[in-house]
Write a protein that binds this ligand. Structure first.
Ligand code: CTP
Ligand code: CA
Length: 226
């Protein structure tokens, strides 16, 4: 297979991969989250491991079994994910931010169940840290890969994220397309690379998409070593 060629083995490389949603606590029984199931991120973690890499999987709450042969760090909130990723950034050759991180959290997380009251129709929110943006500011000789789940203007938004976050590649998908997006076993993605290259992939299993992304990352790492 591709990775048995010595030149493109990922042996000795460390991948930090985030997966799943985050949960932002409102009170002990309620939270804000999204539809991410972790399938794409877990498939990437497995494929990176299969290609010989050391993998640290930082996972939000999902119902998938923990993959074997890697370190799995379980987190809940965007803040916990931020801390876990930053703690592992030094050792990372590659970070893949597959996770669907909440953009906002309730300003106050109550430790008792909040009671509904007439006229109480707002939850005050504040922004979470943009983890990928922060990594982009700090990166040295590291490959950063982000995801962009969009419903429209996929190329425009993906290119903006690629540049704003100083990423090496953005994997974009239109979550409204049949066979793409949340919870499915398949995906339809386009890869946007920092060198301007755009690769549109057909409908594929998430496993096959993961293999393709890992292969592209192997090339990016090889380019960096030149
Ligand atoms: N991301 C992150 N931290 C956040 C929000 C997003 O690291 N607080 C990462 C995601 O993991 C993903 C990439 O940034 O790899 C793009 O996420 P996305 O939600 O598509 O983009 P945003 O910049 O949050 O913009 P918007 O949600 O407004 O489209
Ligand atoms: Ca977002």
């Amino acid at each position: 297979s591709f990775f048995q060629k010595d030149s493109l083995s990922l042996k000795g490389k460390t991948f930090v991969i985030t997966a799943g949603p985050t949960r932002e606590k409102i009170d002990p029984v309620r939270f804000i989250s999204n539809h991410s199931t972790g399938k794409m991120g877990y498939a990437l973690a497995e494929e990176a491991k299969n290609a010989g890499a050391n993998v640290v999987l930082i996972s939000g709450p999902v119902s998938l079994p923990a993959p074997q042969g890697m370190e799995v760090v379980k987190v809940e909130s965007a803040e916990e994910m931020y801390n876990a990723v930053l703690n592992n950034f030094e050792i990372a050759d590659v970070v893949i931010k597959t996770a669907a991180v909440a953009d906002y959290r309730p300003k106050t997380a109550y430790d008792y169940k909040v009671k509904k009251q007439p006229g109480d129709t707002f939850i005050e929110l504040e922004r979470t840290n943009d983890i990928l943006f922060e990594l982009g500011r700090r990166k040295r000789k590291q490959v950063l890969v982000g995801f962009a789940a969009e419903t429209d203007n996929v190329e425009e938004y993906a290119q903006k994220k690629l540049h704003k976050k100083n990423a090496d590649m953005i994997v974009a998908n239109n979550v409204k397309a049949e066979g793409a997006g949340f919870g499915t076993d398949t995906n339809i993605v386009t890869l946007f690379k920092h060198n301007g290259e755009i690769t549109e992939l057909p409908l594929m299993s998430k496993r096959a998409v993961a293999q393709k992304i890992i292969e592209e990352i192997a090339f990016l790492l090889k380019d960096m070593d030149k």
